[in-house]
Design a protein around this ligand. Structure first.
Ligand code: HEC
Length: 228
């Protein structure tokens, strides 16, 4: 069961918005993708400019965001993925250097609780993640990566920040099962918990702590898990 935590969720989203706003300013043009969802874009363009819905602020916490079908989310995600891989490479985070070859854990890009559209993947050590709530704890060195895009009211699909969780040796951070949280935005590592700029990502720890019943992870909704 995914715990429902409205208060934590909203506090966390506010913190995320503040941190990501910084990441966005650092975004370099080479890391943007020029992707759109055609149905949303044509509906938007048919409206007189004064009636077009606004993105205020244009961040994942600014729900509602356009509702995409699975096929639309998947197509937009495939379009932005190269920019996400470029941003991961640009960040210099060596753990992500092989991430284009990683196994995908979600069947498609789907809408996150934070409003953005995401896919989940991870390195070979993290493949036990596919057993979800029933699996064993991740082994040391396992890295789970969440990445995706924001759908704008105009239909643009904007590559978003990337989030990793890595299982660290015992004692790293007992508050949260020795998981390390890293935020990468605009091709830069913004912070890593209990590491460089750790204060910027403490909000990750605060929210994930609430998932203590399931190893501090939230997992993929059942409909987006691979069927065996
Ligand atoms: C307000 C609560 C909240 C905050 C804050 C938060 N997360 Fe999460 N996280 C979630 C939820 C809910 C999911 C499930 C996927 C989704 O809906 O986005 C998730 C999923 C993940 C996953 C996929 C692994 C899993 O199943 O848990 C990673 C990796 C992750 N978050 C990293 C981070 C990082 C890094 C930060 C800080 C930059 C962060 N999270 C902040 C709630 C939160």
């Amino acid at each position: 069961m995914i715990p429902t935590l409205p208060a934590r969720l909203y506090a966390g989203l506010l913190a995320m918005t503040a941190v990501l706003a910084v990441g966005c300013q650092m975004q370099t043009p080479a890391l943007t993708a020029g992707c759109t969802v055609p149905r949303i874009t044509s509906a938007y363009e048919r409206l007189p400019p004064a009636q077009r819905p606004a993105d205020v602020p244009a961040r994942p916490s600014a729900l509602p965001t356009p509702e995409l079908s699975d096929a639309e989310a998947e197509a937009a995600g495939a379009c932005v993925r190269p920019a996400l891989l470029a941003a991961a490479a640009h960040s210099g985070d060596a753990r992500l250097s092989g991430s284009e070859g990683w196994k995908r854990f979600s069947t498609v890009f789907y809408q996150s609780e934070h409003g953005l559209y995401i896919e989940l993947t991870g390195n070979a050590l993290a493949e036990g993640y596919l057993e979800f709530e029933d699996g064993p704890a991740l082994p040391v060195g396992a890295v789970v990566l969440k990445r995706g895009f924001i759908a704008r009211q105009s239909g643009e699909a904007i590559p978003d920040a990337q989030f990793t969780i890595e299982k660290m040796p015992a004692g790293y951070d007992p508050r949260v099962g020795d998981l390390k949280f890293t935020l990468i935005a605009g091709g830069t590592v913004i912070g890593e918990s209990r590491g460089r700029n750790g204060d910027k990502v403490e909000f990750c720890v605060e929210c994930h702590k609430s998932a203590w019943r399931q190893k501090f992870l939230f997992f993929i909704p059942p409909e987006y898990r691979p069927k065996n």
